[in-house]
Ligand binder design. Structure first.
Ligand code: ADP
Ligand code: MG
Length: 559
């Protein structure tokens, strides 16, 4: 029997996986159960398109069994199983997801809800087990095979015996060490808790044998113990549950289970609407930017279910671009199951839902800004730029909606402030909302152009993001106050400063200015006496609408 080696990168990945990806060991069970559920879903999917297969939902299940004596934990499913090749390909290469390939090949159409797609979950088993054995019989095959591995050293595959189609995974649970207790993964009560916590909404029954103690018939004090098969999960999806039954942890678990992200969401939004259009939705505002967020690959969208059955993985029509960071799902009984993607786009109900959701997200963000400032700032660090793009894009169509959510660093407060806060602090005589652009707060602090405005006691908003000035140009005003760059020609406050000396300064220095202009002829348009400088000898200003910072960006743009 030949021991095959994991691919080199697999070895490294496996190590990383076992030691660092997951913070909680207990999630190995969630991973194996979600694979089992995927496998049953695949069978269900095949049955939909193949009349010779019947799918009787009731005869499909996942079973978790403990054999304490042999330190074995067994997870059995009645799913589609794996052939020899599949065992090799799907379990022999880490980060290769058979489920993702299945999804791509069978272009998601009808009801199934396949969770897997990253190809790493299975290996979580090695966090608790020394040996992992997989015995599987694939649909349509007479032969069963056994895959076995002790971790990074590789795996073996040999012919085996199995009566029915499906998969059996046997974990040889590690011995306790001084620091770590592994016995808990052989404890029925503990396992039940883990299943409840992470896999409660799995749509197939997860069964366990539990010992029931009962009074012996006819006896008052004699008990008998019986093994009884019990279904552990409620099979009710979380979005159908009452908000009052759910804890923040439930929502976080769902987020992790669904792989919406690897962070902990900043906020969840649970919507149940029973009006003109009926739907349930669970939405999340992530904390961290997904690694591909600002790339072409990133696909926005929410999972769309029709009456509990997944019909689309990423329904992009449900989210505007400026909220593309929102994750989650929508389930509506008012959507027909067989609508094609094209038809979906015109679905009136869907449009209503999208509008509704959009409003809700906006108001939740506003609440966050108002009531949970720190969280909002955390969120804004990650996704503020997207909101600013939102203000700028579509010719400013959404600016009214979004402007209240923007924040910028304030020269005076030394922290992020909203426009509302800025405006509420403006002295009566202040005409404009001032801003200054630069690479960093430090750099802007040192800009000579900020001197006069700061000295006046006015607050300046610092723009360090390329998009900032473009977004502000689109807004033009906030609550009737115009935005003004500190480097624009007219600051609206110079008039009362130094007014008298200017004329004489101009004549006195005429020759000097002419000389400077001559030297800088290709770099500046004019050299003038400035009324805005305090301690700096010189500064640059712009004439028209485009500021120096914008000019830099425009020049750097391709084409
Ligand atoms: P993912 O679920 O993200 O695809 P996993 O590492 O959890 O990645 O699993 C890898 C692959 O192994 C799955 O995509 C699937 O093809 C296969 N697999 C794992 N467990 C089972 C199972 N119980 N029944 C059938 N196939 C399975
Ligand atoms: Mg998986």
């Amino acid at each position: 029997m030949e021991t095959k080696q994991f691919k080199a990168e697999s070895k490294r990945l496996l190590d990383m996986m076992i030691n660092s990806i997951y913070t909680h060991r207990e999630i190995f069970l969630r991973e194996l159960i979600s694979n089992a559920s995927d496998a049953i879903d695949k069978l269900y999917y095949k049955a939909l398109s193949d009349d010779s297969l019947s799918f009787d939902k009731d005869s499909y299940y996942i079973k978790v069994e403990v054999d304490k004596e042999n330190r074995a934990l067994k997870i059995t499913d009645t799913g589609i199983g794996m052939s020899k090749d599949e065992l090799e390909n799907n379990l022999g290469t880490i980060a290769k997801s058979g489920s993702l390939a299945f999804k791509n090949e069978n272009e998601l159409k009808d009801g199934h809800e396949i969770i897997g797609q990253f190809g790493v979950g299975f290996y979580a088993a090695f966090m608790v087990a020394d040996v992992v054995t997989v015995i599987s019989k694939s649909l349509g095959s007479e032969d069963a095979y056994k895959w076995e591995s002790m971790g990074a050293d590789g795996y073996t595959i040999v012919p085996s015996e199995k009566d029915s189609v499906g998969t059996e995974i046997i974990l040889k649970i590690k011995e306790n060490t001084e620091e770590e207790n592994y016995d808990e993964y052989l404890d029925e009560y503990r396992l039940k808790g883990i299943i409840k916590k992470y896999s409660d909404f799995i749509r197939y029954p997860i069964k366990m044998d539990v010992i029931k103690r009962r009074l012996k018939e006819g006896s008052e004090n004699e008990y008998e113990e019986n093994q009884e098969e019990q279904i552990i999960n409620s099979m009710v999806p979380i979005w159908r549950k009452n908000k009052s039954e759910l804890t923040p942890e439930d929502y976080n678990n769902f987020y992790a289970e669904k792989r919406y992200g690897f962070d902990e969401p900043i906020k969840h939004i649970h919507i149940s609407v029973d009006g003109a259009v009926r739907y349930n939705a669970i939405l999340y505002i992530p904390e961290k930017i997904p690694f591909d967020y600002y790339s072409q690959e990133y696909e926005k969208g929410l999972e769309l279910y029709s009456n509990g059955v997944l019909i689309m993985n990423k329904c992009s029509d449900l989210l505007p671009d400026y909220f593309s960071f929102v994750k989650g799902m929508v389930d509506s009984e008012d959507l027909s199951l067989n609508i094609s993607r094209e038809m979906l786009q015109h679905d009136r109900q869907l449009k209503l839902i999208a509008k509704n959701i959009n409003k809700k997200i906006k108001s939740e963000l506003e609440n966050l800004l108002k009531n949970e400032r720190e969280k909002y700032e955390e969120f804004y660090k990650s996704f503020g730029r997207q909101l600013k793009y939102g203000v700028y894009s579509d010719y400013g169509m959404h600016k009214e909606e979004l402007q209240g959510l923007l924040m910028f660093y304030s020269s005076k407060e030394k922290k992020m402030v909203s426009f509302d806060e800025y405006v509420s602090r403006m002295p009566e005589e202040q005409k404009y909302i001032y801003y200054a652009s630069g690479e960093s707060y430090d750099r802007i602090d040192k800009l000579p152009q900020t001197e006069l405005v700061s000295e006046k006691g006015y607050e300046i908003l610092y723009f360090t993001d390329e998009i900032d000035e473009f977004a502000i140009r689109m807004l033009m005003t906030y609550k009737d106050k115009e935005f003004k760059s500190v480097s624009s020609g007219d600051l609206g406050i110079e008039a009362d400063e130094k007014q008298n000396d200017t004329a004489s300064e101009v004549t006195e220095n005429k020759d000097l200015f002419e000389y400077m202009k001559g030297i800088l002829s290709d770099k500046v348009k004019d050299v003038r006496v400035s009324k805005r400088l305090k301690s700096h000898p010189v500064c640059l200003t712009t004439d028209g609408e485009v500021t120096i910072e914008m000019e830099k960006i425009l020049k750097a743009m391709p084409g």
